[in-house]
Design a protein around this ligand. Structure first.
Ligand code: ADP
Ligand code: MG
Ligand code: MG
Length: 351
């Protein structure tokens, strides 16, 4: 029997366009003979305003790669109305990145529908999205991290605007350069690297405009290496990849401009470092209660041999050229097989 896969993409997030690109790659994998026999694809597109579309409109976005313009006249009841075809879905593949899609919100909805879905549940998604919660969990299981401070918007926007005492404390605890980040975002949105007090004040003010929760981290000079994880209760780690670029750090522009960053697969690392990264990756996956898939990112300080965990992403970029599927392809699992495996894992976890 063929099963219907609900491919859920787009979404109310700054990563809407990236989600469309990921969905196109996944839809293509489902159209291959090997998967076509087993699955019927039902695309569901979430517009930027939150409205769901099925059928021809969703197909059109998949075919063109272009977002649909949101209707200016939508009402809450239209936004909450799900197309009746959601009832035909046997398993969901929510390929949504960032807030609302990767943070447990959509996972809660799919759980209420009582339908299996690919990827982490509410808890794993929420912890993986919030950099502060993530770091607290990682610290608890002994994973090494750079020094950091959690800050709230209320602290930043107290009177006077950015309080000098807050900056004094950051300078004393972390020094420069440091990284200021909104806790719940991705794709480097809202992140600044700062080198002095003026930049620090501006960065705190900016990050506070994105999120109530902020994090400031000590900057490290390190190679950026990533490991893909696949599985549920016995997660497997892929070979390790590296990202190289010319810019100051791996910011939004570097991530999404063709040719600004290179993926090196496998990363050229001592065997013991590779093993350490793979072990840390599955530990991180289990620690936050991730499921199905995640990409775990690290800083490798070559001079000292230190490996610090940076973050986990529970719904990593999934285009044919993205790091996650490339790491598995290089580890012996081609893209269409990976997609099939993820659907199987969704059923196994739901059972
Ligand atoms: P996102 O979830 O948006 O990808 P990250 O925490 O991974 O946010 O930060 C984005 C990029 O900023 C990293 O890939 C790295 O290039 C740089 N960066 C972040 N934190 C640090 C740090 N503590 N030291 C050095 N570079 C950092
Ligand atoms: Mg991230
Ligand atoms: Mg990152």
């Amino acid at each position: 029997t063929t099963r219907s896969v609900g491919l859920l993409f787009g979404g109310c997030s700054g990563e809407h366009e990236i989600s469309i690109a990921s969905a196109r790659a996944i839809a293509q994998a489902f159209s291959l003979d090997s998967n076509q026999a087993a699955y019927t694809l039902l695309p569901f597109y979430i517009q930027k305003n939150g409205q769901w579309c099925d059928g021809a409109s969703a197909q059109q976005v998949l075919a063109s790669g272009q977002p649909l313009a949101s209707e200016a006249t939508d009402t809450p009841s239209e936004r909450w109305h799900l197309p009746p075809t959601v009832a035909e879905v046997d398993v969901w593949f929510p390929i949504l990145h960032g807030p609302n899609g990767e943070d447990g919100a959509v996972q809660g909805l799919l759980k209420l529908m009582q339908t299996p879905f690919v990827g982490s549940g509410i808890l794993g998604s929420a912890i993986g999205m919030d950099k502060l919660a993530m770091k607290m969990v990682f610290a608890q299981v002994g994973l090494p991290q750079v020094n950091y401070m959690g800050i709230t918007r209320a602290q930043v926007w107290s009177n006077p605007c950015v309080h000098p005492k807050l900056c004094d404390e950051i300078e004393a605890t972390l020094a420069y350069p440091c990284f200021v980040k909104p806790a719940n975002l991705g794709s480097s949105v809202g992140i600044s690297k700062v080198r002095d007090r003026t930049q620090l004040e501006a960065a705190l003010d900016s990050a506070a405009s994105y999120d109530r929760r902020l994090i400031v981290e000590a900057g490290v000079v390190a190679r950026e290496v990533e490991c893909a994880v696949l599985g549920n209760d016995a997660p497997q780690a892929s070979i390790v990849g590296e990202i190289t670029y010319q810019s100051d750090f791996y910011d939004y522009e570097t991530k999404y401009t063709e040719g600004k960053a290179d993926l090196i697969i496998p990363a050229h690392l001592p065997a013991s470092i590779t093993t350490q990264i793979q072990t840390m990756a599955t530990q991180a996956f289990t620690a936050i209660d991730a499921a199905g898939l995640a990409r775990v990112d690290f800083f490798y300080v070559e001079a000292t041999g230190d490996v610090f965990i940076n973050e986990i992403n529970t719904m990593p970029g999934f285009t044919a050229t993205s790091m996650y599927p490339q790491l598995w392809a290089a580890s012996g699992i081609p893209f269409p097989v990976l997609v099939d495996r993820l659907v199987q894992l969704a059923f196994e976890r739901h059972a």
